[in-house]
Ligand binder design. Structure first.
Ligand code: MG
Length: 159
């Protein structure tokens, strides 16, 4: 039976951090702040996959108080979500995600993001959708104070 999950994440943009989204380092004047590499896109996808399993969220599996995850590449979180799917003899059907960022331009990096997300989840790039939009200069995203991401995942699980 196919189960669907949803995920959302946001991190603040600050000076002195690398900007990592979908596992891609994007040249920019600011980066996302957080305990791990703060990859909001991978975090949203992780929560979508965990949500499809009816599991608790990424913060439950990887508390931001745990020094093991300090500066951790978020692909390890996706790999764990995929492991949870495999543990239930399930299969990820597809993932679709949207990055909401006023700056920088995300589009040139989308293919790279799809590759890295697919590799971390152990699926084909054809199963991964990544899109991007600005926030039309409105709100915290529009003021370039942060970047948000939302995702859905469908997972086929045995009855
Ligand atoms: Mg996060």
């Amino acid at each position: 039976m196919v189960h669907v999950g949803i995920g959302y994440d946001v991190h603040a943009l600050v000076a002195g951090r690398k900007l990592i989204l979908g596992g891609v380092e994007i040249p920019h004047t600011k980066g996302l702040d957080g305990h791990s590499d703060a990859d909001a896109l991978m975090h949203a996808i992780c929560d979508a996959v965990l949500g499809a399993l009816g599991e608790e969220d990424i913060g439950h599996f990887f508390p931001n108080t745990d020094p093991r995850w300090k500066g951790a590449p978020s692909k390890v979180f996706l790999a764990e979500a995929a492991r949870q799917v495999a543990k239930r003899k399930g299969k990820i059907v597809n993932v679709d995600a949207t990055v909401i960022a006023q700056q920088p331009k995300i589009y040139p990096h989308i293919d790279g993001m799809k590759k890295r997300i697919a590799a971390a989840l152990g699926v084909s790039e054809k199963q991964i959708g990544v899109k991007a939009t600005t926030n039309e200069k409105m709100g915290f995203v529009g003021r370039e104070e942060g970047i948000a991401a939302m995702a859905v995942a469908s997972v086929d699980l045995p009855l």
